[in-house]
Design a protein around this ligand. Sequence first.
Ligand SMILES: CSCCC(=O)C(=O)COP(=O)(O)O
Ligand SMILES: [Zn+2]
Length: 209
Amino acid sequence: MSIQRKKWAELADVKKELAARDWFFATSGNLSIKVTDDPLTFFVTASGKDKRKQTDEDFLLVDALGQPAEATHLKPSAETLLHVEIYKKTKAGCALHVHTIDNNVISELYGDDGEVVFTGQEIIKAFGLWEEDAVFRIPIIRNHAHIPTLAAEFSKHAHEDAGAVLIRNHGITVWGRNAFEAKKFLEACEFLFSYHVKLLQLKGAKTLA
Ligand SMILES: CSCCC(=O)C(=O)COP(=O)(O)O
Ligand SMILES: [Zn+2]
């Protein structure tokens, strides 16, 4: 199997799993997987599609500028520049962006703090943090309609080969050394968000009771 076919199949697999979780509301979300390092090329989801559907036109190959690397009628994701920043600045192999209600709520709750901090939860080990009192921080950046501005702000937080950034009232972008790690990070983040939202709701209800 060619490297391109292999990477396509890997990304299609992740897309299918995230779709099964119903994390692609209203055509939101975009995914990418690196194909070559030099020159940089990666598959990214085509813009504006219902990512729950699986088709032969789900992804297109783009270059280091986020432009199509081959002739195609498909348009790369509107947020391709964020994926470009990840691949330019880290050794990541896969990047995933989803809009969920929980990640939007958390981004709004802690947006003014510029980060959300989690500690005391077993699932933090998914981020490679094994110490008893480990702390996991996710930066929260402002949403900008102008994607180059959003990408520039996002880029300030793309240092490690695996990471996560929340975009306020928009969604989360996570990346990892490969598709397995990126998906693991995303699932752990969404677990933490969902837990936190539920806990706050129940604490509120308890206070009222
Ligand atoms: C209705 S979602 C608005 C655009 C967005 O934030 C997104 O994640 C999907 O955009 P794309 O161009 O990747 O389809
Ligand atoms: Zn988005």
